[in-house]
Design a protein around this ligand. Structure first.
Ligand code: NDP
Length: 316
């Protein structure tokens, strides 16, 4: 038999959105329980240096910042659980969730902050330098600054890739963009912008064979023209992957309205409300545009305030 635990507020996910929601909910006496999920600390734990989060004038590493956010949430007695939620049932008045250890949770309010995961190519060399923090990144806005004055390569042809290539072009001496087909997927205006940027070279019909490096850091990218079969070495110290994100929302799809790419839809723009009363969303699970730690933290705060008001209106 599974244990049933009753809580006022269950927070699912432990990135900046989840921990900020926890800090606010805990300080509002909601005694939140927070399940950390598959990747405790979220996407930031794969980022080296965070220099754009206000309040850290000398920067902070992603993992360090998440340890501090966790400590701040615990300081106000958030019940932080290691583990992940495998199933939910939002069909009744009480929202139910089940954790991987068999615990059944009955929550008056739920804040979904499960985030999104950047997609990678899956090449062994890409994963090696990603894990080493040696020059592979899925976020130009987060990491581009470290490649100031360097040459970089970016893969992808959607709006994100165009936006990120343009961002990098302002910092890097040269940006080479690898597009696997003979055309962009991005909107015309975004594609035109990269085409008209002098230091962005676009290679169509081109795919990544291997990320090259010296065992510690990236030194170049081996690419293949998928029509001619020609192989070329491109010197670069940074390899950026911008081939899309996948929101971590699969377990909610039977109850929560998602858009056609899996992002949670807000029921009421400007709030954190989903289509299920008492279930709120914060962070990248509902944000395919901004995806920053600070915006996730901001929506985490909104979700906790919305949850508090929901409970107050119900007389809790
Ligand atoms: P998209 O899914 O739109 O684009 C992904 C791109 O990556 C495609 O060009 C795709 O190629 C390419 N790709 C996928 N897999 C591989 C692979 N294995 N090798 C090489 N290339 C690959 O994702 P985005 O993140 O760009 O955008 C997501 C959504 O967010 C879109 O709706 C977009 O419009 C929106 N957005 C809007 C912005 C804005 O308006 N400012 C900014 C950023 C995003 P192919 O085309 O061949 O399939």
């Amino acid at each position: 038999m599974s244990d049933i635990e009753k809580v006022k507020c269950l927070i699912i996910g432990s990135g900046p959105a989840g921990y900020t929601a926890a800090i606010y909910a805990a300080r509002a006496d909601m005694s939140p329980m927070l399940y950390q999920g598959m990747q405790p600390g979220g996407q930031l734990t794969t980022t080296n240096e965070v220099e754009n989060f206000p309040g850290y004038p000398d920067g902070v590493t992603g993992p360090e910042m998440m340890v501090q956010l966790e400590a701040q949430a615990k300081r106000f007695e958030t019940d932080v659980r290691f583990g992940f939620i495998t199933k939910v049932d939002f069909s009744g008045d009480v929202h139910k969730a089940w954790a991987d250890d068999g615990t059944e949770i009955h929550a008056d309010t739920i804040i979904i902050s499960t985030g999104a995961s950047a997609k990678y190519l899956g090449l062994e060399s890409e994963q090696k330098y990603l894990k080493l923090g040696g020059g592979v990144s899925a976020c130009a806005v987060c990491d581009g600054f470290f490649y100031r004055g360097h040459e970089t390569v970016i893969v992808g042809a959607g709006d994100s890739a165009c936006e990120e290539a343009h961002y990098l072009s302002k910092l890097c001496t040269k940006v080479t963009m690898l597009v696997r087909r003979d055309e962009f997927r991005a909107s015309k205006i975004m594609a035109e912008r990269v085409k008209n940027t002098e230091n962005i070279e676009i290679l169509f019909n081109t795919e990544t064979e291997e990320v090259l490096g010296d065992g510690q850091v990236v030194t170049g990218v081996l690419v293949k023209n998928n029509i001619s079969g020609d192989l070329t070495d491109i010197p670069a110290t940074g390899f950026f992957v911008a081939i899309g994100h996948k929101p971590n929302t699969d377990i909610f799809k039977d109850f929560i309205n998602l858009d056609d790419t899996g992002y949670i839809e807000y029921e009421e723009p400007g709030t954190s409300k989903t289509n299920v009363p008492g279930v709120f969303v914060a962070g990248d699970a509902a944000d395919k545009t901004y995806r920053q730690a600070i915006t996730a933290a901001g929506t985490g705060c909104i979700a906790a305030l919305d949850a508090e008001r929901y409970l107050a209106a119900k007389g809790h």
